[in-house]
Design a binder for this molecule. Structure first.
Ligand code: MN
Length: 317
C-alpha cells in the first residue's frame, strides 16, 4: 500500500530551487514514458523545474505526446533530485543510472516487487495496474492539477500496462480512468496509438514468431538479432507489441520469448497463464517483474538457458 499523503510530504521535502529529473526503465514502454512526462508536468505546475529524461531511441513513441518537458541528457552543473518511476532497480535505468547515483535525494515510485530499497524514499505497490495509475492517484492530492495533457498521458500509461483494460485491472483502475476521462481524453485515439497500430512489417515479424513457436515442457520462441528481419527492431516491438498476440493464446501455460542479441547475450521474457510464478524464475536469471510476466538479460547460451527454465518448471508441476 502506498500512503499518498506521505508521498506528497516527501515530494514537498525536495527544494523548489533544485531541478528534479524523472526517468523510467530502459526499453521504455508507454507506462514508463508517460508517467515520467506526467509527473514532470505535475511538478512544474506546483513550481518545480522538472524534466522527464527519455532516451533518444525511445523518442519515436512520443510523437503524439506532449514533449515540452522531455530532455535526452542533462549537464550536471547544479545539484538535482531524481525520481525513478516504473523500475524496481536503479540498474534498470540504463544510460541514466549515473544520475541516480549523483542525485541529492532519490525517490522510487513503482508497481513492481522490489528486493531492496536503493532510493532515499521508496513507494511501491505491486497490486496497482501501472505506475501511471499511482501518479494519477497522487494527483488527487493536488487540487486542480489535472488537465487534458496530464490526463491523456496517464490514461495512455494505464492503457499500456493493462493492454486496454484487459489485465491487471481493479476497481480503482476503472475509477481513476473515469476521473481522467473527465479531462476530455480521447480514449479511442490513445488506445489506437498505444496498442492497435501494428504495421505490415510488424505483422510479418508476428507471423515469423507464430511459425517458430516451439514446445518442450513450455512454449517458447527463439529470435536471433542476426536474422535481418529482427536486427533493428526495438525491444518493445518484439517483446510487447508482437509477443502480446502470442501469450494470449489459450493453449499456452508458460511462454518464453528469447532474443539472442548481436553480442551473444540473451534478452528474455516469461509469461505465465497458470500458477507458476515467472517472477521467481526471472529473479534466478538475474531479472524480475510480476508473477504473470517477467523479464531478464543473461549471458549464457540458449540451450543451457532453456534447460534451466525447463528444470524449474518440472520441479513445480
Ligand atoms: Mn509499468
Amino acid at each position: 500500500m502506498i500512503d499518498y499523503k506521505i508521498l506528497k510530504q516527501k515530494l514537498e521535502l525536495l527544494e523548489k530551487s533544485t531541478v528534479v529529473l524523472i526517468a523510467g526503465h530502459k526499453n521504455a514502454d508507454y507506462d514508463s514514458i508517460t508517467s515520467c512526462i506526467a509527473l514532470a508536468n505535475i511538478l512544474t505546475k506546483i513550481g518545480y523545474t522538472a524534466y522527464a529524461l527519455i532516451e533518444e531511441s525511445d523518442m519515436d513513441k512520443t510523437d503524439w505526446l506532449d514533449t515540452s518537458l522531455i530532455i535526452n541528457d542533462y549537464a550536471e552543473e547544479q545539484t538535482f533530485n531524481f525520481i525513478l518511476l516504473d523500475s524496481p532497480r536503479k540498474e534498470r535505468l540504463g544510460i541514466f543510472e549515473a544520475f541516480f547515483d549523483k542525485a541529492q535525494n532519490t525517490i522510487l515510485i513503482d508497481h513492481h516487487e522490489i528486493q531492496k530499497c536503493e532510493a532515499t524514499y521508496t513507494f511501491v505497490d505491486e497490486h496497482i495496474s501501472s505506475t501511471a495509475e499511482i501518479i494519477a492517484t497522487l494527483s488527487k492530492e493536488y487540487p486542480k492539477i489535472l488537465d487534458k495533457t496530464i490526463a491523456t498521458l496517464l490514461y495512455a500509461g494505464i492503457v499500456s500496462d493493462t493492454n486496454s483494460f484487459y489485465r491487471r485491472v481493479t476497481s480503482n483502475t476503472m475509477s481513476i480512468a473515469s476521473m481522467l476521462m473527465k479531462y476530455d481524453v480521447d480514449s479511442t485515439f490513445v488506445v489506437k496509438n498505444v496498442c492497435k497500430n501494428m504495421t505490415l512489417r510488424e505483422a510479418t515479424i508476428l507471423s515469423h514468431m507464430f511459425n517458430n513457436l516451439e514446445y518442450d515442457t513450455f512454449h517458447y520462441i527463439i529470435l536471433d538479432r542476426k536474422d535481418e528481419i529482427f536486427t533493428y527492431v526495438p525491444y518493445n516491438t518484439l517483446f510487447k507489441k508482437c509477443a502480446s498476440y502470442i501469450y494470449d493464446l489459450k493453449d499456452l501455460d508458460i511462454f518464453g520469448l528469447f532474443l539472442i542479441e548481436l553480442d551473444g547475450s540473451i534478452s528474455g521474457l516469461l509469461r505465465s497463464n497458470c500458477t507458476i510464478d515467472v517472477d521467481e524464475i526471472a529473479k534466478e536469471l538475474g531479472g524480475g517483474g510480476h508473477k504473470k510476466a517477467a523479464g531478464f538479460e543473461i549471458e549464457i547460451g540458449i540451450e543451457p538457458l532453456i534447460n534451466k527454465i525447463k528444470t524449474y518448471i518440472k520441479d513445480r508441476l
